[in-house]
Design a protein around this ligand. Structure first.
Ligand code: PA5
Length: 448
């Protein structure tokens, strides 16, 4: 049985003409991804990553993870965007909902914390305060090696760690993941003698979860990266050839058809709170890949049924420019039955004896029918369960569909020129050396 299946029957009839018309565009887009003949072809290293991952690399990552787990109770993963979202997505999806409050988990793993994904002063101060009497290590991740947010966090946490354990001991529990040659982080790591891993040149940040960027933090958190890669490799095999069985092609094709038909917003919905950060990863993958040249579906995310009590009204009745893609988990790993009560004061006995998931699944079905009736096309992605293999397959499915979808849209899915605009202004405002002209211009603009 396949780890993932796709159901577009409640979406396709909203844009049937467009769906039929874009068949050949989808096939051409798959060829673009497979052969590297289109723009962005220097960033297609992720396409064959699962099947070509060296088992020796996985063993090395597991050995590093074992050392960190042995020496640290907490490992701070420093990175932003594609340099942390994939790891956080997988770790959240596989962890106990209350992992933060559980001590001495078995098998031994380190708790993964995050830094450098914001520039919040309170966040940083509170994190440092929390770590002051803890055994912690650091994985610092930056492909460019020059990103400001993680650089600030690393400067502070490196100093704190060296103060707490001494410079020599700190070296054993700091790992850097960055470009093979370029960037300040590479220079620093070489100078300090840290263990390092390389982010391949031809893999962009948001496509890097199946490289050491995602694999090392996931292994540190106690999860099986070999199974993750195996699931991705199965999906790689299944999504290479064009045709009706290629679910990445079908997803890319239907979402482009809906976009052409006026559905400009896609909400990724889950009915399992463990998938919240998976949606954050997906938002970055699709937002940064497709939102350019004045085009692109706006990716948003909701947790159901939670957000049916906040966003449900808008989705059901607001402007009809949205469609939804639901990730449905077929089988929960744990079961809980609703008891029958003699007095039935709460009137819930009609649910007595049912599993909580039975109720959840009816909420899911009822929501789909209501939203479709309300003019919201529904794409369903069913995954067997929340385990490493299935998540590996899901990651690769979304990556492949993203590449295909971006090419169908007519953009280069692998660049992100728009991300530079805020940085340029921020550096100008902060007076970064090399930005003197921008500083003068921005001060004039602000009337200073
Ligand atoms: O997908 C991307 O390329 C970006 O989101 C990057 O991952 C993010 O900007 C962080 O960049 P870096 O890893 O160079 O610090």
């Amino acid at each position: 049985m396949k780890a993932i299946s796709l159901d577009i029957q409640h979406a396709v009839y909203f844009a049937e003409k467009q769906y039929i018309a874009n068949e050949s565009a989808a096939v051409e887009a798959i060829k673009d991804v497979n052969t590297g003949r289109a723009a962005g072809n220097d960033f297609l290293g992720w396409v064959k990553l699962p099947s070509e991952t060296d088992p020796g690399l996985l063993s090395k990552i597991n050995a590093t993870a074992d050392r960190l787990k042995e020496k640290c109770d907490y490992v701070v993963c420093i990175g932003i965007g594609g340099s942390y979202l994939g790891a956080k997505a997988v770790i959240s999806a596989l962890s106990n909902n209350f992992a933060d409050f559980i001590n001495n988990p078995e098998p031994k793993h380190a708790k993964v914390l995050y830094a450098g994904q914001n520039i919040g002063e309170e966040y940083t101060a509170e994190l440092q305060d929390f770590l002051k009497d803890k055994k912690f290590g650091i994985i610092v991740i930056s492909k460019s090696g020059t990103t400001t947010e993680p650089a600030i966090a690393f400067r502070l946490l490196k100093a704190q760690l060296e103060e707490q354990v001494g410079k020599e001991a700190a070296k054993e529990i700091i790992v850097a993941i960055t470009d093979e040659k370029k960037g300040a982080l590479r220079t620093l790591a070489t100078q300090e003698g840290y263990e390092t891993y390389v982010i391949p040149d031809n893999v962009g940040g948001r496509f890097s979860v199946l490289t050491p960027v995602g694999l090392l933090p996931i292994a540190v958190a106690g999860f099986d990266i070999t199974k993750l890669i195996a699931g991705a490799a199965e999906m790689e095999k299944d999504t290479t050839e064009p045709g009706g069985d290629n679910i990445a092609e079908t997803y890319a094709r239907v979402r482009n058809a809906l976009y052409q038909g006026g559905k400009k917003i896609e909400i990724l919905a889950n009915f399992n709170p463990k998938l919240h950060y998976f949606a954050e990863w997906w938002k970055q993958l699709y937002g940064e890949s497709e939102g350019k040249d004045g085009k692109g579906i706006f990716p948003a995310a909701v947790d159901f049924t939670t957000d049916l009590h906040s966003m449900g009204q808008w989705i059901q009745d607001g402007e009809r420019t949205i469609f939804e893609t639901v990730i449905s988990v077929k089988e929960p790993l744990l079961h809980k039955y609703i008891p029958t009560d003699d007095q039935n004061l709460d009137g819930l006995n009609f649910l007595g004896g049912k599993k909580i998931d039975d109720v959840n699944k009816m909420a899911e079905l009822g929501t789909m029918l209501a939203h479709v009736d309300g003019g919201v096309p529904n794409i369903k992605i069913e995954i067997n369960k929340l385990d490493e293999y299935t998540l590996g397959a899901l990651i690769y499915f979304f990556e492949k569909a993203c590449g295909i979808s971006g090419y169908m849209l007519g953009v280069n899915p692998f660049n992100q020129p728009g991300v530079e605009a805020y940085k340029k202004n921020m550096f100008a405002l902060l007076g970064k050396p090399g930005y003197e002209k921008e500083t003068a211009d921005i001060q004039t603009r602000l009337g200073k």
